[in-house]
Write a protein that binds this ligand. Structure first.
Ligand SMILES: [Zn+2]
Length: 163
């Protein structure tokens, strides 16, 4: 039995026995989660270990749906993703527009995941450092104003006690 057929059968059985997956999950997404052990493909976070985290589990279309609508919900093109990683990746195409004819074998999927992961890391680092620079600039403006405020209050207290 090929792996794909077995995966399908295992997912079907799981949906039969667990209402959580039967009622709340897309069948193909569930297959991708079983295949990848339920971890976010990009940051490795375990998504199906605790209930709270499981509520933010999403499935990512590795080759984005908007560019490759013909891939639909093919299991080959789906990977588990935490909401954070998925929101950063969005419609990024790790195949650089070469995904039309691509056959997504496990090796190809791994390469695409690595490429997307690098892009996610790059974007989140850039966001953090932009954020850092922004707050440092604002802090430099705020610091003398804070000192002024302290001085103003001290002066007020002095005057008040002199009365
Ligand atoms: Zn993640």
């Amino acid at each position: 039995m090929p792996c794909e057929t077995k995966l399908e059968a295992i997912a079907r059985d799981l949906r039969k026995t667990a209402r959580y997956f039967r009622e709340g999950w897309n069948n193909n997404a569930l297959q991708a989660f079983i295949r990848d052990g339920g971890c976010c493909a990009y940051c490795g976070k375990l998504l199906l270990d605790t209930y709270g985290v499981s509520k933010t589990a999403t499935v990512d279309h590795l080759l984005p749906r908007c560019t490759y609508p013909e891939r639909g919900w093919n299991v080959d093109n789906l990977v588990p993703a935490c909401a954070t990683c998925n929101c950063i990746k969005l419609d990024y195409d790790p195949s650089d527009k070469g995904g039309r004819e691509l056959e997504i074998t496990p090796e190809v999927r791994l390469n695409l995941v690595h490429k997307a992961k690098a892009e996610i890391d790059r974007i989140s680092k850039a966001r953090v450092s932009e954020d850092d620079e922004y707050w440092e600039r604002e802090f430099q403006i705020a610091r003398p104003l804070f000192q002024e405020a302290v001085a103003k209050y001290l002066k007020f207290k002095e005057c008040a006690s002199a009365v």
